[in-house]
Design a protein around this ligand. Sequence first.
Ligand code: ARG
Length: 510
Amino acid sequence: MTKKPSRVCLFDIFPGAQGEEDGNSSTSLPEYCLEAGISGDGCISQVVDEAAIIISTVTDQQNQNVSGSETPCSPDDRESLCSLHHISKILLHISVIVTIAATALSICLLLQYFYHPAVQQACPDFLENCDQSLNCSLGGSANLCPPSRLPSNRTSATEYRSPVLLLTGRSLLQVYSANAGKYYTVCHQGWMPTHGWTVCRELGFDSHTLSSPVPLTATDPTVLEAFAVVNKTIGSSSNIESFLSPVVTCPTQEGVSLQCTDCGRPAGESHRIVGGSPATWGRWPWQVSLRWDGRHVCGGSIISSQWVISAAHCFVLSSFLTVGRWKVHAGSVSLNPATSHSVRNIYYNGQYNSETNDYDVALLKTSQPMRFSETLRPVCLPRTRQQFQTTGNCWISGWGHVSEGGQLSPVLREAKVHLISSHICNQSSHYPGMISSRMLCAGYPDGKVDSCQGDSGGPLVCQEDGLWWQVGIVSWGEGCGRPNRPGVYTNLTVLLDWVYHRLQTDSVIP
Ligand code: ARG
């Protein structure tokens, strides 16, 4: 678009303002017209935007005027022009007032954003893709979320890559190098407990670590692709990559098995959920009840002293966004008030889809660390690529309805379930095409034993190698306990990167 200087009669631009050809009116214009720079003939000299002229040219005659010739204007025309100008002045005033009001409102919103850091809200991940600007927050409800603190090598909320992998049931440690763009298996040679602490801290854990050597076998080919070894003693600020160097081979043929929590061991080891039975004290010490305004809403499970894992759908209602209204009740099988912990932060997966229930995972950080006991202990997060057998020893637990449309159970209930292959669960007899790779099904062909309303967010655990691993999170199902409509659970094994990513970013000190 170009601009050219021109002398233009304003009637050309506002054809509707043209007066009667032969009308009589006063020859002098009111003062506000003159003030506005309109000469006695109703024309102004200005720089005219060509596009504006094109819009305004209606007749051939008007076209002629636009081309720059001076147009004689009648007194009537001038009157009309002035009233037009008067109206435009009023409009201008209105627009100035509206602009001032909008600016004041924006300043107010900004002040609210910056001066209420104590008010915390559930923070969906999409904020991370938003450059922290207000206009891409969740309809205003998440405006108060703290700005995201992503390490610079994290680019997108949808593509998390954990810097550390703990592979399969042996928890074999692999570390990602952003420069090389691949994972390295860490050799046990030179490995010290302090290295384990650093890795676990970087993953967002603060407690127990146990590192031991494990033989490197070719069960998983990616294990033997690239190796790294400890290269120096670490200071307090070291991160994982800084103390490892790539090596061609791992001389001792031993990797590092790392456990960041003392997880998955019920204290006593002694035993609705629909069709289940009451659970004994300490059998599922990771099970918590999540209370909103004092009422049980969902289950959850403890994964470390300050973190509870649950389902995203428990938090997405806007009234469920306020952290201060939630409490974590832990360490009891009774639904009656137990030891409660307040919540500092709630995160749910930004890809959670409320229509399909895909990516149904959330994390809660408690304000204070929870003290572990016989009845309060963490469950093990599954390991990357860990596989669980359909005939395995898998259990669900919760205070949910004891039958479809029924009531919450006053005591924690448990039930043994079978994992069902997604291939079968996706068939037309079950949930045709509704089971994504982030979901898994568990139950029985003729139903009867199932999780139900109020069990959501709670754990589906399987026992392997003597430990209990959380394989799934209670997510959805059609009714409860119906034949061929098994419970659907969030497949935690494929969402570990998101979990570790959240744990890490929340523990990064700004
Ligand atoms: N969405 C439910 C809840 O919020 C859990 C439903 C589980 N249904 C089932 N048939 N397993 O508590």
